[in-house]
Design a binder for this molecule. Structure first.
Ligand code: ADP
Length: 446
């Protein structure tokens, strides 16, 4: 901004001089200063008034920019801490294995800690991706018909496991009138309920966690899908309750370190719920007694007469075709992952051939037939999508499972359109990958 605001001509006018002095101070950063406006209401007053309005707005923008900068610095400081802590644990416990002195009894504990810290990092990355989608307005809804009861039972199974690990009891209560399919974004529904239930478990030391599902008029929504999560945990003190939905607002350090929170979950859950047309609110809480959070969203209710609770991916079905003795072509450019999957498949007694890009895979498959192909999407030379299309164009009919590091629906749809039978997002446990291969080979998943 111009620092020399002396009038371009020499004249002696006390009010103009005064105005110029004020302007000099404003340009030096005193945005809260107002130019004097007199009762004369002349041209100079009009100019002074206009300048006051503009400077006022500039001042507000400057404050907002400063706050954003401060928030960004806090964000980076939190992130640095949140990332460094689990990485320190992962590196530290991995190093313990180097000298071969780890006793068998310690082995499982160290591996569990490495795994727990990896999961924590992964959760953090997922939260950051969500936060960036919320902030950039890039959230979208992927509505699909969902059997409500089955969906909630699957979520509840997961919560129950976590609750049991902490010695808490867990209950899912479904109202009687919920034999419906609903049209809803299943991933977002899961994410919000899991967030509330995980918090309930995290902030409860003894007692129980209840997830209650019902249909009710809430606000403007005549038949909202409502999910209440109640716990008998530490509760939320008055002063804190107003802030828990703010990003990075986490419990005081001693509780936080015990519970391991980042302070992003509720803010993301609320933003997503609002994007769905509903909300997440703290319904009631009492310090030392527990809390009730309510999530509600509008959904389209689709009545169904015959109701089957099943989950195709994880159902423990019979007639599973083992991958024992099957020929698998594994196409993965990361040597570490290629080795890892190969070890896992071979432990399940499959015979594995590896290729490091799509071009190699196409050359191999011309000479040899395979029972299934497991292929990475992102690869150099020829990527998974192009390779999959080429294989289908060449008449290869065997099942193809694609693996991708992108959790984007558009990418998944493109893989299916290219002829893949299943698309899985990394990280994926070898156990689940093998289960899915078994089901595909048995013709259970198309
Ligand atoms: P995080 O749990 O990672 O810290 P959240 O955004 O999920 O972040 O929650 C923000 C804060 O809200 C938590 O740090 C905690 O203080 C409080 N909170 C959330 N759920 C509960 C609960 N069920 N009981 C007590 N406090 C809770």
């Amino acid at each position: 901004m111009a620092k020399n605001l002396s009038p371009p001509v020499n004249f002696d006018h006390p009010r103009v001089t005064e105005l110029f002095e004020y302007l000099m101070r404003i340009t030096a950063g005193e945005y809260e200063l107002l130019l004097p406006v007199t009762d004369a209401r002349d041209e100079l007053d009009a100019i002074a008034h206009a300048v006051n309005v503009v400077v006022g707005e500039l001042g507000q923008e400057k404050n907002a920019a400063e706050q954003a900068m401060a928030q960004k610095s806090r964000f980076l400081a939190s992130m640095s801490h949140e990332i460094r802590t689990p990485i320190t644990a992962i590196l530290g416990y991995s190093e313990l294995f180097e000298d071969g002195k780890v006793k068998p009894a310690e082995r499982k504990m160290y591996i569990d800690r490495i795994r727990k810290n990896c999961s924590h990092l992964l959760g953090l990355i997922d939260s950051l991706m969500d936060l960036s989608k919320v902030e950039s307005g890039h959230l979208n809804l992927n509505l699909e018909e969902t059997v409500l009861r089955a969906e909630l039972e699957t979520i509840a199974e997961f919560c129950e496991m976590k609750a049991q690990e902490k010695g808490l009891s867990f209950r899912l209560e479904m109202a009687d009138n919920l034999d419906y399919k609903v049209e809803v974004d299943k991933t977002k529904l899961r994410q919000i309920i899991l967030n509330l239930a995980n918090n309930a478990i995290k902030y409860t030391e003894k007692g129980e966690v209840v997830v209650r599902c019902f249909k009710a008029p809430i606000g403007q929504i005549s038949e909202a899908l409502a999910i209440e999560v109640e716990d008998t945990g530490i509760g939320i003190p008055d002063g804190l309750a107003d802030h828990i939905f703010e990003a990075f607002h986490s419990r005081e350090n001693e509780v936080k370190s015990k519970c391991g929170g980042v302070g992003l979950g509720l803010s993301i859950a609320k933003s997503i719920a609002q994007f769905m047309g509903g909300n997440v609110i703290l319904k009631q809480t009492k310090t030392g007694k527990g809390s009730v959070f309510l999530f509600y969203t509008p959904v389209q209710w689709i009545k169904q007469s015959h109701f089957k609770a099943n989950h195709p991916m994880l159902a423990t079905g019979k007639n599973i075709e083992k991958i024992d003795g099957k020929l698998i072509l594994l196409v993965e450019d990361s040597p570490d992952l290629s080795d890892l999957f190969k070890i896992d498949f071979e432990r399940a007694k499959a015979k594995v051939t590896t290729a490091f890009n799509g071009k190699e895979a196409l050359a191999i498959i011309q000479k040899q037939n395979f029972d299934a192909i497991v292929m990475d999407l992102e690869m150099p030379v020829l990527d998974g999508l192009a390779t999959c299309k080429e294989m289908r164009a060449n008449g290869i009919k065997n099942p193809i499972v694609m693996l991708t590091a992108h959790n984007q629906i558009a990418k998944h749809k493109a893989c299916i359109a290219a002829g893949a039978n299943e698309v899985l997002t990394k990280p994926i446990s070898s156990q689940l990958l093998i289960q899915i291969l078994e089901r595909i080979l048995a013709g259970k998943l198309k």
